[in-house]
Design a protein. Structure first.
Length: 188
């Protein structure tokens, strides 16, 4: 297994819809193992294949709830259903999220409180996940990556201006910008 470089917001693979996985091969299994290692090293609660430069509809996730119960897996070719968003502005304390492709920053973003996700696992077996709260947020965030959408693309106008300033200052708006978990430096 290997830790992979994580792509930063300017990389084109992050802004393009990912392709379906036609067959679960040894290469796909290796990619998923590397994604788990990268996600854990970052550390993150999810990682989509486009974030490591691979334009395929795959993501990994991990989360430990308040009772210490682990929730971990991989979904290939997911489909997502969500309830309509509650109207209003997101609560900055309860609804902020970050992203490994825009590291070190968090912004408030309203997400649906619940989600239903289907797909297949690494063995090709059907997966059905119905969750609420942070788990629903994680699924929505990672699913967005597969459609070429970063969470910063969904922010309000004021936060979008802040994101643009940060990206410009850090020179993240160009293809190939990445960072290695565990190393700390961003190669922009």
């Amino acid at each position: 297994m290997a830790v992979l470089p994580i792509r930063i917001m300017g990389d084109p693979v992050l802004h393009s819809p990912a392709s379906r996985v036609d067959e679960i091969t040894d290469e796909i299994r290796t990619l998923v193992a590397d994604m788990f290692e990268t996600m854990d090293a970052a550390p993150g609660v999810g990682l989509a294949a486009p974030q490591v430069g691979v334009g395929l509809r795959i993501f990994t996730y991990t989360y430990e709830d308040d009772e210490g119960q682990p929730w971990r897996g991989v979904v290939i070719n997911p489909e997502l259903w969500i309830r309509p968003l509650e109207p209003g502005y997101p609560d900055p304390d309860e609804e902020s999220e970050g992203c490994l492709s825009f590291p070190g920053e968090r912004f408030p973003l309203r997400r649906s409180e619940s989600a239903l996700l289907t797909g297949v696992d690494l063995e090709g077996q059907p997966v059905r996940i119905e969750v609420s709260g942070w788990r629903a947020r994680i699924l929505q965030h990672e699913f967005d990556h597969l459609d070429g959408v970063l969470y910063v693309d969904r922010l309000d106008e004021e936060d979008s201006r802040i994101v643009a300033k940060i990206a410009k200052k850090r020179k993240w708006g160009k293809p190939g910008a990445s960072w290695m978990p565990g190393v700390g430096d961003i190669d922009a």
